[in-house]
Every structure is written in structure tokens, then in C-alpha cells.
Design a binder for this molecule. Structure first.
Ligand code: FES
Ligand SMILES: [Fe+2]
Length: 430
């Protein structure tokens, strides 16, 4: 990749084409638990290089406003959340959830300024375990749609949330890089002769120990699906162990499930050099506990993270890597597979220099992602439609990953695929 292509792929601030792509979708901005209280403390959230405050007003409505007061640029994060609005401490200007100024006590009663100024405000939707913002063109706003992790309104989900100190795209590339799990996570993900992957107290087991998967992929209007095909630990002659992962533009990855969890990631940019890692777990029938999920990932706020989701392990403290544990047999010396990943993402630097890499055949999905999204950014520059927005489209809720040991003659590209998508594929082929 050239440095220019790398910028097209990674940069999302201001007018960057990739930022425009992201802003053509509803963006998971924070968790409802962070703004639970009506009239409570406003939450500072930085997204796409913009500083915002999200608050729940005294009537329970959610608002997302620019953090800095339009009068003299004071932070509204310190404001008074009172009687259906957020009031700036400095001169008392008061803002509604939609950015309308409802009071301006420092100006004469007949001032026109109140009507003439509208503060930055984004439409908000609460659902599927997140507070979502529409940060794009208001005229092009599409109705919010349920994601795959909340197939019904009462599906319980659990989220591990981390503030990561590097660009969103290199975090996403970790999620579509099936080959790394056999090395980086080899002390946590064990190959044993089971039927399906399982989650145990501290480890995940899977029915294969093959470190060099064969990769195949299939491009779609919404992103791509790829499979890592491995030799299983039993029935090796007749069966494959198949794990399919979906990249759903612009920033979702659906990871192969196991018997306890279905898993997805939403990698949302904070700015060009930082992002939110949202690791989402759910199960269609068994339910799930947020506490257990965070404990399993070693990502409990107050224990492994500070209250603003900043991990205790950092590059400055070498991610608390334990060399003695490595000498005793642990692969990384870093506890918690999420933090093993985090150390890999962050040590590439704030924005990975992709022009300096040497890629192999196991990097197929990473290459696919880069090609597809650089082309999508270029299309935006050329005034063409945004990837994943053309109708008819497969609703997000219909997309799913797959894992299992299957007979060799089964077409991997049909595994876990919903009828809606199969019908659209057939239509496209006609
Ligand atoms: S700076 Fe906010 S009211 Fe003056
Ligand atoms: Fe990983």
C-alpha cells in the first residue's frame, strides 16, 4: 500500500472520505449505563475528532451536543443538567437535546441571537445495548436498524469496552486475521477434539490445532465473508473445521461463535489515532451476564480498566508482560486475550505504516479489507454512493458468522447464511 492509500483507509477526521463513509451509518457512541440518570452528569465522548457531550435530560430524553458552548467555547461537560436542557456554567446559555437555545440570560430579553444560533447536535437512538448517533448528512439519514447482536428487542448483550491508543483500522484487521489466534492466543485457545468451539472459565477450546489455515473469501455489497479452513482433530480425511468471519462495512466484524457466546466487534474511531474497541457477546437462548463477560476478558472497570475504559496495561508499562510466566510455558506473558491483541495493535504505532509490511497468503482477509475500503473511499472522492448503502441490502440483523466441523463437500459460502441473503445473491446472479 502507498502512504496515500494508507491515509485513505485510516483517516476519518474532518472531511476525510473514510469519515464520510462511517458517518453514513448510525454510530454506537457510548453505553446506556454511562448516561442512565435523567438530569445526571453529562458524558464526554470524542468521536471522529469531535468532542461531544451526551446527556439524558430531566425528562429522560438523550441529547448529543458539541462539547464547547457556542458563546465562548466553555466545556458543557461541566454544565447544569436541569429542566429539559443543559445549561452552560459561564453565562447560563441553555440548550435543548436538539441544540436549540432555550435561554440566554446574559443577553437582552428581545435578542434575536437565540433564534439565530443553533448548537451542534446529533440525532440519538437508544437500543441494542448502545446509544447511537447519526453524525452524517441529515438529509441522508436512514432509520436506525437493529444489529446482528440484538435480533430481538429483548436479547441481552454484554459489552467489553476499551479505549485503544491507535487507529481503528489496525484493530479491525486483528479481528479478520484468523491466523494470529493459533499463535498469539495459543495459551488461551486450545485445540481439543470437540464438536464445536466452547468457552470455559479461562480458555476457549476449538476442534483444531492447525496453525496454517487455508483462507477463502467472498465479496458482498455489505463487506465480505471469509473462511479459515483448518484440519480438524478428528475426521481429518472427510471433514474440514470451518470458521467464517464477516467484515460488515464500515466497522463491524462478526467473529465465529462458540457454544456460550456469539461475538461481534464494533471498532469506532475516537480520532485518527485512537478508537473504541467494543467487544459484544450475546446468545440467542442462554442469555449472558455482563459481569462474567468482562471478567472472562480481564476487562472489568475498576479492576483492569479505569472508569473511562482506559486499560491499566499500556505500552509504557510493557503491558505488564510477565517473562517468568513465558519461561514457564505461557506464550505471551500477557493475561487476557483481549490485552494480548491490544499489545499487538498499539505497538504497530498510532497509524500502522502499511507500506513497510511483507504480507503472506494467510493475510488474505486483511488485504481484502484494505482493497475494498480504499476503493470505497476512492468512490466517495469520485462522488459515487457509499459502500453498503445501495438497495436492496441484507439487513445487518440477518448477517451471521459460523464455526463447525463440516463434510468437505459442503460449500463454505452457504454456512450460516440467511435466506434473505441467499435470495439476494440469486437475484444478483440472474
Ligand atoms: S460560554 Fe457558555 S454561556 Fe458563555
Ligand atoms: Fe486476537
Amino acid at each position: 500500500m502507498t502512504p496515500e492509500e494508507n491515509d485513505l483507509l485510516c483517516r476519518v477526521e474532518g472531511d476525510a472520505p473514510m469519515g464520510k463513509i462511517h458517518r453514513s451509518f448510525w454510530i454506537p457512541a457510548c453505553l446506556p449505563e454511562e448516561v442512565a440518570e435523567s438530569g445526571g452528569k453529562p458524558l464526554r465522548v470524542r468521536l471522529y475528532g469531535e468532542d461531544l457531550v451526551i446527556f439524558r435530560d430531566s425528562a429522560g430524553r438523550l441529547g448529543a451536543l458539541g462539547e464547547y458552548c457556542p458563546h465562548r467555547r466553555v466545556s458543557l461537560a461541566y454544565g447544569r443538567n436541569e429542566e429539559c436542557g443543559l445549561r452552560c456554567l459561564y453565562h447560563g446559555w441553555k440548550f435543548d437535546v436538539d441544540g436549540t437555545i432555550t435561554d440566554m440570560p446574559s443577553e437582552p430579553a428581545d435578542t434575536r441571537m437565540k433564534q439565530n444560533i443553533k448548537h451542534v447536535a446529533y440525532p440519538v437512538h437508544e437500543g441494542a445495548g448502545f446509544v447511537w448517533l447519526w453524525m452524517g448528512d441529515r438529509a441522508a439519514m436512514r432509520p436506525w436498524e437493529p444489529p446482528t447482536w440484538a435480533p430481538t428487542a429483548d436479547t441481552t448483550i454484554a459489552v467489553v469496552r476499551l479505549k485503544i491508543r491507535c487507529n481503528w483500522a489496525q484493530v479491525l484487521e486483528g479481528a479478520i486475521d484468523s491466523a494470529h489466534s493459533s499463535s498469539l492466543h495459543s495459551s488461551d485457545f486450545l485445540g481439543v477434539p470437540v464438536d464445536k468451539a466452547e468457552a470455559h472459565e479461562t480458555t476457549w477450546v476449538r476442534p483444531s490445532a492447525d496453525k496454517a489455515p487455508r483462507m477463502v473469501s467472498q465479496l458482498n455489497g455489505w463487506g465480505f465473508r471469509y473462511a479459515a479452513i483448518r484440519r480438524p482433530l478428528y475426521n481429518e480425511d472427510t471433514h474440514h473445521y470451518v470458521r467464517t468471519t464477516l467484515f460488515v462495512a464500515p466497522f463491524y466484524v462478526l467473529i465465529p461463535p462458540n457454544a456460550t457466546y456469539n461475538v461481534a466487534q464494533a471498532l469506532v474511531p475516537i480520532d485518527d489515532e485512537n478508537c473504541w474497541f467494543n467487544f459484544i457477546a450475546w446468545h440467542p437462548t442462554k442469555g449472558i451476564s455482563t459481569q462474567d463477560w468482562r471478567k472472562f476478558c480481564h476487562a472489568t472497570p475498576g479492576v483492569d480498566l479505569d472508569p473511562a475504559w482506559v486499560p491499566r496495561r499500556t505500552r509504557a508499562n510493557d503491558y505488564l508482560q510477565d517473562r517468568a510466566a513465558m519461561a514457564a510455558g505461557d506464550w505471551t506473558g500477557i493475561q487476557g486475550f483481549t490485552f494480548q491483541d491490544m499489545a499487538m495493535w498499539e505497538t504497530m504505532g498510532p497509524i500502522a505504516q502499511r507500506s513497510e509490511e511483507r504480507l503472506g497468503v494467510s493475510d488474505l482477509a486483511v488485504v481484502q479489507f484494505r482493497r475494498q475500503m480504499v476503493a470505497a473511499a476512492q468512490a466517495v472522492v469520485d462522488g459515487k454512493p457509499v459502500i453498503g448503502t445501495a438497495e436492496p441490502r441484507v439487513p445487518f440483523v440477518k448477517l451471521a458468522s459460523f464455526e463447525g466441523v463440516v463434510p468437505k463437500n459442503v460449500d463454505w459460502a452457504t454456512l450460516g447464511v440467511d435466506e434473505v441473503e441467499l435470495a439476494l445473491r440469486a437475484q444478483a446472479a440472474e
